[in-house]
Design a protein around this ligand. Structure first.
Ligand code: CP
Length: 366
């Protein structure tokens, strides 16, 4: 029997597997009709405990364009979550009704927890301020289509680097390709989390520098990845008010950028990109959002092993993940799923350098 694969972290697929996924997305874009019945009879369940436009609709459109069907909720209060049903029970139940699950949750590590109890592939569609791996697939695919490569690029990442899960996933993913550099642009209060900077320092996989304004970084980057300040993640709304207008891209600042620089944004935007910038040919965020649907079609086919002749019958290999183990320690991240689901066993991963991280939310064990 085939073992199932999940997509929880942006690094769950190898670089080679990602290239296969992007090549398949290229083929789908070139001839979408060919794939209209690729997932006939298959059902996707979308479990969205948080609002979404792009991720949910693009996943649902992707499944429908492959001939499959979709069920699910966009408001957990319309499900038995409102009666107190937990994640392990929810995923056990929907595993019996569907073939693949897509979960977005405000709590860090919730999709990982679901995957441990699931009989079907689980896709992380964003977990709190932690990770958003399918946004990263979309970002990488768009960068690859614009530059023809994913290496030796300078990436400016701007805005809310503290809570912006897409930025965390993008750094993790891009630092696997050689020669990439990052410029982290944010106010002091919204700096890239220390554990991500520590990861880069430890691995030496990519260099980075930090600055506080767009003007200081925009001239040198190939990609400017803008993000929204994530109001919903602030416990202190006065702090949100203080920082919300720190990094705003406008036409004047675009004049400082390279001619072939591209602007990406996972969207939704609030005020961090002036509407006038939309007319600039370097503004690629709407194209990026559309790419998301094709990349997700490719992902669904790969996880369901419904790739037709793309692989000549080959299927995804089982993920050789790092060994994890039950531990007496307890994750101290107050936003970790283990804090709200007491039935979950603690699980930690120990890296070669001895650093121990929670297998659900990635928090370093102090
Ligand atoms: N980029 C993204 O995750 O958008 P949604 O929140 O609309 O899904």
């Amino acid at each position: 029997m085939l073992q199932i694969r999940h997509l929880i972290e942006p690094t769950d697929f190898s670089v080679k597997e990602l290239e296969d996924l992007f090549e398949l997305a290229d083929l789908i874009i070139n001839d979408p009709k060919k794939y209209l019945h690729q997932c006939d009879g298959k059902i996707m369940v979308t479990l969205f405990y948080e609002p979404s436009t792009r991720t949910r609709f693009s996943f649902e459109a992707a499944m429908m364009r492959l001939g499959g069907s979709v069920l699910g909720f966009s408001d957990p209060n319309s499900s038995s979550t409102a009666k107190g049903e937990n994640i392990p029970d929810t995923i056990r139940i929907v595993s019996g009704y569907s073939d693949i699950a897509v979960m977005r949750h405000p709590v860090e590590g919730a999709p990982k927890a679901a995957s441990l109890f699931s009989r079907i592939p689980v896709i992380n569609a964003g977990d709190g301020g932690h990770q958003h791996p399918t946004q990263t697939l979309t970002d990488l695919y768009t960068i690859r289509s614009k530059f023809g490569r994913l290496d030796h690029l300078k990436v400016g990442i701007c805005g809310d680097l503290k809570y912006g899960r897409t930025t965390h996933s993008l750094v993790k993913a891009m630092s696997r390709y050689p020669g990439n550099e990052f410029v982290f642009i944010s106010p002091e209060e919204l700096r890239m989390p220390q554990y991500i900077c520590d990861d880069l320092d430890r691995s030496g996989s990519a260099s980075y520098r930090e600055c506080r304004t767009i003007e200081e970084g925009i001239g040198e980057v190939d990609i400017l990845y803008m993000t929204r300040v994530q109001r919903e993640r602030f416990s202190d709304l006065d702090e949100y008010e203080r920082v919300k207008d720190s990094c705003i891209l406008n036409v004047e600042k675009m004049k400082l950028a390279k001619e072939d620089m591209i602007v990406l944004h996972p969207l939704p935007r609030v005020n961090e990109i002036h509407y006038d910038v939309d007319k600039d040919k370097r503004a690629c965020y709407f194209e990026q959002a559309e790419n998301g649907m094709y990349v997700r079609m490719s992902l669904i086919m790969l996880l369901l092993n419904e790739t037709g002749d793309f692989y000549n019958g080959r299927v995804l290999s089982v993920n050789e993940s790092v060994m994890s183990f039950v531990d007496l320690d307890k994750c101290r991240n107050p936003k970790c799923i283990t804090q709200i689901e007491p039935s979950l066993r603690q699980r930690f991963l120990t890296y070669g350098n001895g650093v121990k991280v929670c297998d659900y939310c990635g928090a370093v064990l102090e």
